[in-house]
Design a binder for this molecule. Structure first.
Ligand code: GRF
Length: 203
């Protein structure tokens, strides 16, 4: 029996700025009944982001919400607009999938303990941008993927799950990142499913 038949479905709000491969993996896992949830809304700070076209293709509600004047965070009005959109969609879990803005106080208080992120390295190694390039430049033989709760820092919240990815002698940044993304697309839906089961148990 699929998990979706065992527990009532939860709702997810997905935030992203990029192409949306994680959104697709999560939404498809929901459709297959492997994750007892549905993606209720997709929000992006980038008007032309691939994640918005993927949401459109998947038939999921989606919106561009302008981030305001800052480069790395949301301004106050934008933060409120994101909170309102997620509340209106009654999301149980906020899933960051390549969202390129730091979320702070007000937002994290609004969804306390319910904001997760995926990062393309084995944190605490290589936080920040282009973590796969950082790993290659450093010469590590193994990097990977981390799913973690979001706190006020950059890629520094409590770790939920990790999966290693070997670095090959002839890897380019592109080839390494491609393998990392393949792992992300399996790990993220699985971990989200586990978090929802825990929410179900703990109420
Ligand atoms: C992923 O590599 C994720 O680890 C990072 O941003 C990227 C988003 O990729 N935080 P996509 O838009 O889901 O394809």
């Amino acid at each position: 029996m699929a998990d979706s038949e065992l527990v009532p479905p939860f709702t997810l709000g997905v935030l992203g700025s990029g192409k949306g491969s994680n959104l697709v993996a999560i939404a498809e896992a929901c459709t297959r009944g492997e994750v007892a949830a549905e993606v209720a809304i997709v929000l992006s700070d980038e008007k032309g982001a691939g994640i918005l076209s993927q949401a459109e293709r998947l038939g999921v509600a989606h919106r561009f919400i302008s981030p305001g004047d800052y480069r790395t965070k949301l301004d106050e009005n934008a933060e409120q607009a994101y909170i309102t959109a997620l509340r209106e969609a009654e999301v149980d879990l906020v899933v960051l999938a390549g969202f390129m803005r730091i979320l702070k106080g007000e937002f994290l208080r609004a969804f306390e303990g319910r904001v997760v992120n995926i990062h393309p390295s084995l944190l605490p190694s290589f936080p920040g941008l282009e973590a796969w390039k950082q790993a290659l430049d450093h010469g590590v033989k193994c990097t990977g993927v981390t799913v973690h709760y979001v706190n006020q820092g950059v890629d520094s919240g409590p770790i939920i799950a990790q999966e290693p990815v070997s670095v090959w002698e002839d890897d380019t940044p592109e080839s390494l990142y491609e393998r990392i993304q393949e792992v992300e697309q399996v790990l993220y839906p699985r971990v989200i499913g586990e978090i929802l089961k825990k929410l179900m148990r703990d109420g």
